[in-house]
Design a protein around this ligand. Sequence first.
Ligand SMILES: C[S@@+](CC[C@H](N)C(=O)[O-])C[C@H]1O[C@@H](n2cnc3c(N)ncnc32)[C@H](O)[C@@H]1O
Length: 268
Amino acid sequence: MNAYNPRDHYFKKAKEQNFAARSVFKLEEIDAKFHVVKSGMRVLDLGASPGSWSQYCAKKIGPKGVILGIDLKPVTVKLDNATFIQADLRDLQLDEVILSHGFDPVFDLVISDMAPNTTGIRLTDQARSFELCELALQVADRFLRAKGDFVCKFFHSDDFTKLRDLMKTKYEKVEIVKPDSTRKISKEIFLIGLRKKTGPSFLLEKKGAEELNRPKEPHEDHESKGLNQSPGEKTSDKENSSDPMNTSHEMNSSNAINSSNAMKKGQE
Ligand SMILES: C[S@@+](CC[C@H](N)C(=O)[O-])C[C@H]1O[C@@H](n2cnc3c(N)ncnc32)[C@H](O)[C@@H]1O
C-alpha cells in the first residue's frame, strides 16, 4: 500500500545529508538526466523555501555562481552565494529586486518548485499550480538567457498539454519527468524546457524604455530602429550586434549592466 509517510526514506536521507528538504532529490534526479546545473551559473530559484534546491545549486555552481531565491516563506539555510527574498512572486517587481540587489538581470537557469497551499479541492489546486507555472514561465521569458534551461513543477491536470505546448514554443526541447523521489501518491510532475529559443525580454523592455527616454535627433526615423522586430526578422549586422533577443549571454548582460549601473555580481 502507498500510505503517505512524511518521514520516508528520502526525508531521512535529506536529514542525513543536511538538506533542508527531501525535494532536493527531485532536482538531483532532473540534473542527473539533463545536466541543467553547472559551475559558475546564475540561478533564479522560485519557491525556494526551505532551501534544499538552492543548497544543491550552491554547491554545484561554486563561488563564481550566484543564486537569487524567492519565496513567500523565509529560507533559513545560509549560503555564501545565495540571496533570498521573502515575497509573493505574483506581486513582486522582480526587475527592481534583481537590480537593487546588484544582480545581473540575465540568468542561466530558472527553477520553479512553487506549489500552492493545497485546499484539498483537486480542481482548485490544479488551477493554482497551473497559474504558478505560467508565472514562472513568464519570469523565465524575461530573465533567462537564450539557450538557458527552465525547470518547473506542475500538478498534473487537463492543462498539461496547454503548458507543454506553450513551453514548446519557447524551448528547443521539452522533457517531462516524474522523479523517483516524488511520492507515489503525488500528482506532481516536472516540465524541463531545454535551450530557450530567445533572449531575455527584460533587456528588450529596457532597451525600449531607454530608447523612449533618449533625447531624439530631429532627423531620426523611429520606425527604422528595429525595436519592435521579432527575433526571426532580418536585421543588418550592426543591428544584430546589439539586439538583445539574439546576442550571447555576455552581450546581453553587459548591455543591461552598463545601462542600469547595476553592480556586477557573479560575473566572471
Ligand atoms: C515544495 S516548496 C519548495 C521547496 C524548495 N524547492 C526546496 O527545495 O526547499 C514550494 C514553495 O513554493 C512557495 N510558493 C508558493 N506560491 C508562491 C508565490 N506566489 N510566491 C513565492 N513563493 C511561492 C511556497 O511558499 C513553498 O515554500
